[in-house]
Design a protein around this ligand. Structure first.
Ligand SMILES: Cc1ncc(COP(=O)(O)O)c(C=O)c1O
Length: 415
C-alpha cells in the first residue's frame, strides 16, 4: 500500500450539506423522492421520471415494460463492449442479449454491422453513450423507427451531456442514467429512468407498482457507507481504500443478483442540490477533457463533451501496462475499463456460440481511461501531462498518439 495522494479514476463529490439532506430524506421518505422526480422532469423536459435503486434496475424495469408491450420479441441489441451491468439487466428482465461490434474511435456501434444486427426478434436497441461520448442517435432512431424497434439510451455515464442540442437520454423512446459513485452526479447508488412515451410510461407504472423500498436498517447502513464514501473519495485519503484488495475497487463483475427497488428517501435526500453539482462537475470535466485532448493532440475545435473518463487506446497490452504501472506509482488514477467483451463474460459466453467481436476485444485489451473529475487538482493535471509526455517521447511499442474516442460527429472529439 502506497501512502500518497491518490486520484480516484472517477468521482462525483458531494458535500456535507448533501449528507445532512440525507437525514431529512430518511424522515420524509417517498415525498423526498417525488420532489426529486419533479425536478428531474423539469430539467429533462420529459413527462415521466422514475427514480430507482440503480442504473441496472432502471434498465431492467424499462425492458420488462417493453416486453409487456411487444411480448413476441425477445432480443436486446447492445454494443459488444459495455458495462457488464447491461447484459445482467437484460438477463434479469428475461430477455436475450444480442451483440454488435463497436467502432473503436467512438465506442458506438460499428455501423457496417448495425443494420443486419437489427432483425425481427429485436425488441429494442440500447446504444451506450460510453464515457459521455454521444452515440449517433439520428442514425439509430432512423433505422429503428423503420424496423419498429424501440431505442433505450444508456446514458449511465452521460448525464448532462447533449447531442445536436438535445439532452442525452431524452432522444430515444426512453433513457436511463446511473447515480452510482463515480458517475456525473451521485447519491451512492441509484438510477433515473426518463420517457416521453405514454405507452412505455403506462407499462412502467404497472411494473413499478409492486416495487419495494429498502427498510430502515438497510437505509442506516447505506447512510454510513455514504459517509465513508464522501470521506475516502478525496485524493488525500483514497490511497487507503485503493490499497485494500478485498474492497475490489474498480473490478468489473457480472451479477444478475441486484435489488430492483424504488430509490430510497435517504438517497433522494442526498440528491438535494443535484443540478448545481451536475452543472459544476460537468463544467470541470469539460475543462479537463480539453486539457487532456491538448496533451494528446486531439482536435476539440468542434467541441468537447464533458467526458466522465477520458478513453485512450494504448495500442497494445504492453503499452497499457507501462502506463498503468507508472500511474499507480504516482497515484494518477489511470485505470483499465471492462476486462473483456460481453461475449467473453464467463457466466453468459455460451449464448454467443463462439462469435467474435474484434474491435470490442481490442478495446478490452488496450483501453485505459484518464480521470477528468472535479477532484483533479492543478498539480494532478501537471503530473498527468508529465507522464503522458514521458511516455510519448519514449513511445512504448504500439502506444497510439491519439485518443481512441474521437471521430467527426457532433459532440465528439476529433483526432
Ligand atoms: C454504461 C453503463 N451502463 C449501465 C450501468 C449500470 O448502472 P448502475 O451501476 O447504477 O447499476 C453503468 C454503471 O456502471 C454503466 O457504466
Amino acid at each position: 500500500m502506497r501512502v500518497q495522494r491518490t486520484v480516484p479514476p472517477a468521482a462525483a463529490p458531494f458535500g456535507m450539506k448533501a449528507v445532512l439532506h440525507g437525514i431529512a430524506g430518511l424522515v420524509r421518505g417517498p415525498r423526498s423522492r417525488r420532489r426529486r422526480e419533479a425536478e428531474l422532469r423539469e430539467y429533462f423536459g420529459v413527462r415521466h421520471v422514475f427514480l430507482v435503486s440503480s442504473g441496472k434496475a432502471a434498465l431492467t424495469l424499462v425492458l420488462r415494460a417493453l416486453k409487456r408491450i411487444a411480448p413476441e420479441k425477445s432480443e436486446v441489441l447492445i454494443p459488444a463492449y459495455t458495462c457488464f451491468s447491461v447484459p445482467a439487466a437484460i438477463a434479469r428482465a428475461g430477455l436475450k442479449v444480442a451483440l454488435c461490434d463497436i467502432d473503436p474511435s467512438t465506442f458506438d456501434f460499428d455501423y457496417r454491422h448495425f443494420g443486419n444486427a437489427v432483425n425481427d426478434a429485436t425488441l429494442c436497441v440500447v446504444p451506450s453513450h460510453l464515457f459521455g461520448i454521444p452515440s449517433d442517435m439520428d442514425r439509430i432512431n432512423d433505422l429503428c423507427r423503420r424496423k419498429g424497434v424501440f431505442v433505450i439510451e444508456d446514458a449511465a455515464q452521460a448525464m448532462g451531456g447533449t447531442y445536436r442540442g438535445k439532452k442525452l437520454g431524452t432522444i430515444g423512446d426512453a433513457g436511463f442514467f446511473s447515480l452510482g459513485r463515480g458517475k456525473n452526479v451521485t447519491c451512492g447508488s441509484g438510477g433515473i429512468l426518463v420517457t416521453n412515451s405514454v405507452r412505455i410510461a403506462h407499462a412502467l407504472y404497472a411494473e413499478c407498482a409492486s416495487l419495494g423500498e429498502p427498510g430502515i436498517r438497510e437505509e442506516l447502513g447505506a447512510y454510513c457507507m455514504l459517509l465513508l464514501l464522501g470521506l475516502f473519495l478525496h485524493p488525500l485519503l483514497y490511497w487507503l481504500p485503493a490499497g485494500l484488495p478485498f474492497l475490489r475497487l474498480g473490478e468489473t463483475r457480472y451479477s444478475g443478483e441486484f435489488p430492483v427497488q424504488r430509490l430510497s428517501g435517504m438517497r433522494a435526500g442526498v440528491l438535494a442540490g443535484w443540478e448545481e453539482r451536475l452543472e459544476q462537475g460537468n463544467a470541470e470535466r469539460k475543462g479537463n477533457t480539453r486539457l487532456l485532448s491538448l496533451y494528446l493532440q486531439v482536435d476539440t475545435s468542434r467541441g468537447a463533451p464533458p467526458l466522465l473518463r477520458f478513453p485512450l487506446l494504448t495500442g497494445s497490452d504492453r503499452a497499457r501496462e507501462v502506463l498503468c504501472v507508472s500511474s499507480r506509482e504516482r497515484g494518477l488514477g489511470i485505470s483499465r475499463m471492462y476486462p473483456c467483451p460481453v461475449n467473453e463474460i464467463s457466466e453468459i459466453r455460451e449464448q454467443f456460440s463462439g462469435r467474435t467481436f474484434p474491435s470490442a476485444k481490442k478495446a478490452a485489451e488496450t483501453l485505459v481511461t484518464l480521470p477528468t473529475h472535479p477532484l483533479l487538482s492543478a498539480r494532478d493535471r501537471e503530473a498527468l501531462r508529465g507522464l503522458l509526455e514521458e511516455l510519448f517521447s519514449a513511445r512504448p511499442p504500439g502506444l497510439q498518439e491519439k485518443c481512441g474516442a474521437m471521430k467527426g460527429k457532433d459532440g465528439g472529439l476529433h483526432a
